[in-house]
Design a binder for this molecule. Structure first.
Ligand code: PHE
Length: 341
């Protein structure tokens, strides 16, 4: 082919190139190893020697023209194609994502603590807290449990590496902290973690209690019975049978343990209530005068009642869970059954 024909072909191609694919094809056709330009150069030997110089110059000019065109058009096409892609890929951030992350659920113990707290709040109780690493004095001494007193063995204690401190074995030290901190009338509950060296299907070395304390003039045992009965009725959402059994705690006198009719068997007797038909759910009593005195409250002027309950126990009974460990293993198959809490 002649240079003129190839120039015409080039002009034709120029009008048709639309995509980077077209452009690449054009490059091959004109500038490739077997392309038109190479062919023209190969024609050189048939050109009379005196015209060769001029011929060569013309081919080179055409080649440059083609190269420039391809470069320029290439940039245009690249820009256009990028724009097109960006438009097609535009993200609408307001659209909902297509991977919906599964929602977790409230831990059953958290749910039960919230329920208990809510019931007592409705009965006029305020919420208090205290530290889990507690002074031995507050956990024992000021609760009328002197050193070397056998009552200390009622609770197997974790001691920490610092003289006079321990992991609190119950929430009762919050009673002491509250009474030291302010004057009656006092009407508080104190939910929180407690620790004991205990480990079996119904005991975990760390568990939850809710403490209650009411101190005022003319507070009596009947007031306490009313408050606890009312709480149990609201928590179990039925008129559960409740009985108060005489018991002993160093920090209350008189003391009682509170039982409810077994919610598992309805009082018939089963494995959970060990055939008795009753379940112990609370420790309670009138605040011992020694405790009031130790906290700077005159027992001649004020009386109080206190109670303590195990949250885990309440959760186990409410949901029919027979192993306390399930609450602490965080197995999602267990936890996701409490989605409604
Ligand atoms: N602190 C007692 C316990 O952990 C429970 C309790 C609290 C009993 C308040 C009486 C009054 O066993």
């Amino acid at each position: 082919m002649e240079l003129g024909e190839i120039r015409n072909l080039f002009e034709e191609w120029k009008k048709r190139v639309e995509t980077s694919k077209d452009l690449e094809e054009m490059r091959q056709t004109f500038l490739g190893k077997k392309g038109y330009i190479s062919q023209l150069f190969r024609e050189m030997k048939n050109i009379p020697p005196e015209r060769r110089r001029e011929y060569g110059r013309e081919i080179n000019l055409l080649r440059e023209e083609i190269e420039n065109f391809i470069r320029q058009r290439g940039e245009e096409i690249k820009e256009r194609e990028l724009e097109k892609r960006l438009k097609a890929e535009r993200f609408d951030l307001s659209l909902p994502g297509d991977t919906v992350l599964p929602l977790g659920s409230k831990h059953p113990l958290s749910g039960v603590i919230e329920e208990i707290v809510e019931i007592f709040k409705q009965m006029g109780f305020a919420v208090e807290t205290g530290p889990e690493i507690e002074r031995e004095e507050y956990n024992f001494d000021m609760l009328n449990i002197p050193k070397e007193h056998p009552a200390r063995d009622m609770q197997d204690t974790f001691y920490v590496n610092r003289e006079g401190y321990l992991l609190r074995t119950h929430t009762s030290p919050v009673q002491v902290r509250t009474m030291l901190g302010r004057k009656p009338p006092i009407q508080i509950i104190a939910p929180g973690r407690v620790y004991r060296r205990d480990d079996d299907p119904t005991h975990s070395p760390m568990f939850f209690q809710v403490e209650g304390l009411v101190v005022n003039r003319d507070v009596n045992f009947a007031n306490m019975m009313f408050v606890l009965r009312e709480f149990l009725r609201r928590f179990f959402e039925t008129d559960v049978p409740v009985r108060f059994r005489p018991s002993y705690f160093p920090f209350t006198e008189p003391s009682a343990e509170v039982d409810i009719g077994c919610v598992i068997c309805g009082g018939e007797g089963c494995r959970v209530c060990k055939g008795t038909g009753w379940l112990e759910v609370l420790g309670a009593g009138m605040v011992h005068p020694n405790v009031l005195s130790a906290c700077g409250i005159d027992p001649e002027e004020y009386q109080g009642f206190a109670f303590g309950l195990g949250v885990d126990r309440f959760a186990m009974l409410k949901y029919g869970v027979d192993n306390i460990k399930l609450f602490y293993e965080n197995d999602v198959r267990f936890l996701k059954q409490f989605k409604s809490l």
